[in-house]
Design a protein around this ligand. Structure first.
Ligand code: 4GN
Length: 245
């Protein structure tokens, strides 16, 4: 999958995505990242990339000419790519939207800075506006990095066989179950016996029950969105019964 990122801080995005499985995906060619810097299109001696908002007030906006030239340059390199603007006003990102984007051959992300971009640039040049959640960052780069990380790990071959995207939290709409590694006891806290039993059927059943139970405890609204199988209902009932004093 080919990624374009429009950013005033290309090194921030390139460095962040150069590690771990995403870094490997980029070096082995399953993923491709090209950054586009609006500053490359600045024409004045100060290399200006910001401009003042009509109506006044504090803060600046991204300068329209340099931003639009950078978007046009990105589109030339990635002609099939929808252009996505990351902002708190966007459509909420979910694992299902992540999976949808992972099927696209190309995407261009616009990482905004300052107080944002002129609304007409959004109307004219932006295909989707996406939000990672109800919080504000000083720039869109951390959001772009997070979105590309989530998308990149779903591109075939990027996760080794060690990590399967199907086993993920949220791929089935539930939180993940708890995990344990050595030692068997830490400060009096033991690994649940079933995980030491070698009984794969019982282990799978325990993990499913924990996933259902923790989702019920921490994110009950996720359960209200699904219809559970009779077996899942029995597991959750068991978890709830055992969680009561
Ligand atoms: C995205 C961008 C939060 C998100 C952002 C989010 C940069 N903050 N919740 N900040 O996904 C003004 C310029 C705000 C762009 C934007």
């Amino acid at each position: 999958m080919k990624w374009g990122v429009i950013t005033l801080f290309p090194a921030m995005v390139e460095d962040a995505l150069s590690h771990g499985v995403i870094g490997r995906g980029l070096t082995d060619g399953r993923l491709e990242l090209v950054s586009f810097n609006p500053r490359a299109h600045a024409t004045d001696v100060h290399q200006t990339v910001d401009d003042r908002p009509y109506g006044g007030g504090p803060g600046m906006l991204m300068k329209v000419e340099t931003l639009r030239a950078s978007i046009a340059e990105a589109r030339q390199h990635l002609p099939a790519a929808p252009v996505v603007y990351l902002s708190p006003q966007g459509e909420p990102l979910t694992q299902s939207l992540v999976a949808e984007i992972a099927c696209w051959p190309e995407v261009i992300l616009l990482a905004g800075r300052y107080e944002g971009v002129d609304e007409r640039v959004i109307t004219l040049d932006i295909d989707r506006e996406i939000s990672l959640g109800d919080f504000v960052l000083s720039g869109g780069e951390p959001a772009a990095i997070a979105l590309l990380d989530a998308v990149g790990r779903l591109v075939p071959g990027v996760l080794g066989h060690a990590g399967s995207a199907e086993a993920d939290s949220f791929s089935d709409g539930l939180l993940d179950c708890p995990h344990y590694t050595r030692p068997e006891e830490i400060a009096g806290q033991r690994v649940p016996d079933v995980l030491l039993s070698g009984h794969h059927g019982q282990i799978a059943r325990w993990r499913r029950k924990q996933a259902l139970g923790w989702t019920w405890l921490r994110r009950p609204e996720l359960l209200e969105r699904q219809t559970l199988s009779d077996e899942d209902n029995d597991l959750l009932t068991e978890f709830i019964r055992e969680s009561k004093p």
